[in-house]
Design a protein around this ligand. Structure first.
Ligand code: NAD
Length: 485
């Protein structure tokens, strides 16, 4: 076991959980045991919340111009340790090294945004009548929680940590039990950057900790990123307990390809979107709607997909269960009449025979009723459906319950605008396969891809991590003059 048992991080110290129960952490690359993660309980969470609560008074009263200095240093440390951090992400998640580097680079960009927060939260002030001023200030909430998924062990935690903490909150984070290692390094780097003890705490575990977070009376807000099934559970339970909650869920993103799309660029984008991070991205395209005569583009997608090599420029999926589930989707689609153009099932990567690899898979003649067309597959698989008109394609896209992203490939500006206006998704791409907004633009889907108000990153996150203090002040200006004399 390369890394030993993972510890919680409470009040600036790595500590054993109060329980001895644990789960194995296995590397998707070769199936080897990397570590064990404790199945902490509500008592462990309570210790972390107590530490966060104790740290809150001083941290929240530290001016933001001082708080933000920690994140300037943290950003520098992410840059200095980029290679090592990327290797750790790769090891525990199974993505390629290049993808892991991109993940850390995104964490750096998120931190860079947090460093600009003092410029963005200057509040408002107006003299509303003689000697009377109304003022609005953004103030932190208190102890907040962040619950994160397996697919971005560093980026998704950094969606929440820099913004929430710079804005003056103290946090307890619950990493995914499948990838618990990267958050431990984040804790070390935050400490090295000068973050006071107790401001950031880590409690490892499974659904027990998530439920305890939703129930804990001293946690003010819960941020969740994961599947829609769990997002619904968390959103219901946290808001039932009167907490602010933003819960991001799963996705089923459609790419609409029109006959005038540029073939090479479109094929490369479709392939990169469906196979990047082995399809384990909430922004991955898993459905393509071919509008009219686009067979020449589909032929190129097949060529591009065959350049994606498992174990080389295609990483592993997270577990044996994921691999089996994804392969079953492919087999079921085939049985129901779809045509497999590129088949990623049953592949072995030489030297990594115990890894959880699936090759890129392109399936044509999928129909909207098939499970593979309706459900989130979360693997390197694209299902192609065919329509005659753009509105039929939009109808397929809009019939799915999710609403994270949708893209169109076309050279027609009117068609592109039609998709922006009519696709029921929070993030739209025009000739872009993975339309993730860059900072300071915010990230967040619609429909069953997100529950709660606002977005998780960018300017929108300020609203989530703060509340408004409104004060009205009355002074007699003449009294001041008299006193001075
Ligand atoms: P998941 O929902 O299984 O787990 C997410 C977190 O919830 C983990 O920390 C896990 O321990 C906890 N959890 C799991 N089951 C639970 C339960 N029954 N009750 C309470 N807590 C529970 O998600 P995952 O498999 O780790 O991640 C993949 C999913 O996350 C995909 O659906 C993907 O689309 C989604 N995702 C969405 C976004 C987004 O921005 N919308 C971003 C990344 C990932």
């Amino acid at each position: 076991m390369k890394y030993g048992k993972v510890k919680n991080y409470i009040n600036g110290k790595f500590t054993d959980a109060l329980t001895s129960a644990s789960l194995d952490v296995v590397s998707p690359i070769d199936g080897n045991l990397l570590s064990q993660v404790p199945l902490s309980g509500a008592d462990d969470l309570d210790l972390a919340v107590k530490a966060a609560k104790a740290a809150f008074k001083e941290w929240s009263q530290t001016p933001i111009k001082v708080r933000v200095q920690v994140f300037f240093k943290y950003k520098y440390l992410l840059e200095q340790n980029l290679e090592e951090l990327a290797r750790l992400v790769q090891e525990e998640n199974g993505k390629t090294y290049t993808e892991a580097v991109a993940e850390i680079e995104k964490a750096i960009e998120l931190t860079e945004f947090a460093c600009s927060l003092p410029q963005l939260i200057t509040g408002e002030l107006l003299e509303v009548s003689k000697g009377i001023e109304c003022r609005i200030e953004y103030v932190p909430l208190g102890v907040v929680a962040s619950i994160v998924p397996f697919n971005f062990p560093s980026m998704v935690p950094n969606w929440t940590i820099p913004n929430a903490l710079t804005l003056g909150n103290c946090m307890v984070i619950k990493p995914s039990e499948k990838v618990p290692l990267s958050v431990g390094r984040i804790a070390e780097l935050l400490k090295e950057a000068g973050l006071p003890d107790g401001v950031f705490n880590v409690v490892h575990g499974d659904s027990t900790i998530v439920e305890a977070i939703c129930d804990h009376p001293d946690i003010e807000a819960v941020s969740f990123v994961g599947s829609t099934k769990v997002a619904k559970i968390v959103y219901r339970r946290a808001t039932y307990n009167y907490k602010r909650c933003l819960a991001l869920g799963g996705a089923k993103n459609h790419l609409l390809v029109l006959p005038d799309a540029i073939p090479g660029m479109t094929a490369q984008n479709v392939t990169a979107s469906m196979s990047g991070c082995a399809g384990q991205r909430c922004m991955a395209a898993s459905a393509m709607v071919a509008v009219g005569k686009v067979d020449h583009i589909i032929d190129q997608i097949v060529v591009e997909a065959n350049k994606v090599i498992p174990g080389d420029n295609l990483g592993a999926v997270i577990s044996k269960e994921s691999k089996d589930r994804i392969e079953k989707y492919i087999t079921d689609a085939e049985t129901q009449g779809a045509k497999i153009l590129v088949d990623g099932r049953n592949i072995k990567v030489t030297g990594k025979e115990n890894g959880f690899y699936i090759g890129p898979t392109v399936i044509d003649y999928v129909t909207p009723e098939m499970n593979i067309a309706k459900e989130e597959v979360f693997g390197p698989v694209i299902s192609i459906m065919r329509t005659n008109t753009l509105d039929e394609a939009l109808a397929i896209e809009n019939a799915n319950p999710y609403g994270n992203a949708a893209s169109v490939f076309t050279q027609n500006g009117g068609a592109a605008r039609h998709v922006i206006n009519n696709a029921s998704a929070g993030m739209i791409g025009i000739n872009v396969g993975v339309p993730v907004p860059r900072e300071p633009f915010s990230f967040g889907g619609w429909n069953e891809s997100k529950f709660g108000v606002g977005d998780i990153t960018g300017k929108s996150s300020i609203e989530f991590w703060t509340k408004l203090k409104k004060s009205t002040t009355k002074w007699n200006p003449d009294a001041g003059v008299n006193w001075m004399s």
